[in-house]
Design a protein around this ligand. Structure first.
Ligand SMILES: [Zn+2]
Length: 314
């Protein structure tokens, strides 16, 4: 009897942790890297900024396409601090389609195998394409077949110098990282299906994400849990968190909204206009206050330099 009780307790605790982990993993932002081969110059701040802009554009693309299909502005979060990894070898060593991901991963301590639902997006410096002509690749970083493992880590490698196709190419490879496969349809209306391959390439013509779309089937798969890093975004920035109208969103506003969850206040504390003042309103005003504090502080995007580090066994 006692053994059974213990088993039940163990089962309950296990289920609790699985649920808890699922929740936590859904929040993990995509990590972004610039991989610098030894024969490629270190990226300038402008180059890193343009990679940041690519990520923002792809983030917005998923949000607007999910919204167009009726799922709301759902997209991924990503860490804006782009880590520069200094590669040990020359560019050609990293452009082999089959082996490049292994070398890149082996030379970065930050990119890990595992079942933590982590997605790493690596922009390969100096590369306009990989050796077989592909713009990029998406590689599962776990030992078991990814179909059965939605939490498998994933590494995307994108050729940083492929200006013409870097926007749809990055969206396409991140789509793979979310579990989407290639589609046979080339077009959705008059736009290209972002999960079709290959894209039309015209030298010197930069393809924008306005020319591409996400199919309803893919949007549905993402909404129903393709990869859990798809999350609500963008709405918060439209919300006014300055509850006491003193010109700043700060801790006073957080305190007022917090008290508004228990007592009536003379202020409008229903930040998200859903009819009640609750913990969601407190969370939003907290976020707005943090954003305001960060915006007010002198801030330069952090660039973390790492050497190629220890070689991993796997
Ligand atoms: Zn593909």
């Amino acid at each position: 009897m006692r053994v059974r009780e213990f088993k039940n307790l163990f089962l309950f605790v296990s289920i609790f942790f699985v649920c808890f982990l699922s929740f936590v993993q859904a929040e993990l932002p995509i990590e972004v890297f610039y991989f610098k081969p030894s024969d490629v110059e270190a990226p300038t701040q402008d180059e890193l900024d343009s990679i940041h802009e690519v990520m923002v554009a792809v983030q917005d693309f998923f949000a607007s396409e999910m919204d167009r299909h009726g799922f709301g502005l759902k997209t991924f979060a990503f860490n804006p601090d782009i880590e520069v990894i200094e590669g040990k070898d020359e560019l050609n060593e990293y452009r082999q389609h089959i082996t490049s991901h292994r070398k890149i991963r082996q030379e970065s301590d930050s990119i890990q195998w595992g079942l933590e639902n982590r997605i790493y997006v690596v922009f390969l410096g100096g590369a306009s394409h990989l050796v077989d002509g592909a713009l990029g690749l998406s590689q599962a970083l776990c030992a078991v077949h990814p179909d059965q493992l939605v939490y498998c880590n994933n590494m995307v490698v994108v050729s940083a110098e492929m200006r013409e196709l870097i926007l749809p190419g990055t969206a396409h490879e991140i789509g793979h990282a979310f579990g989407l496969r290639h589609t046979h349809q080339r077009f959705i209306g008059n736009r290209g299906d972002v999960m079709s391959a290959p894209f039309g390439f015209f030298p010197g013509v930069v393809r924008t994400l306005e020319e591409f779309a996400l199919s309803f089937a893919d949007a549905t798969a993402l909404n129903e849990g393709g990869r859990l890093s798809v999350q609500e975004k963008n709405e918060v920035s439209e919300i006014d968190g300055d509850v006491d109208n003193d010109g700043d969103v700060d801790l006073d506003d957080v305190k007022i909204v917090k008290s508004g969850t228990q007592n009536s206040t003379p202020y409008d504390t229903d930040i998200n206009d859903d009819g009640v003042t609750d913990e969601n309103d407190v969370a939003i005003v907290k976020l707005k206050a943090v954003e305001a504090i960060i915006a007010a502080a002198p801030h330069k995007r952090k660039v973390k330099l790492t050497t190629w580090g220890r070689l991993k066994e796997r």
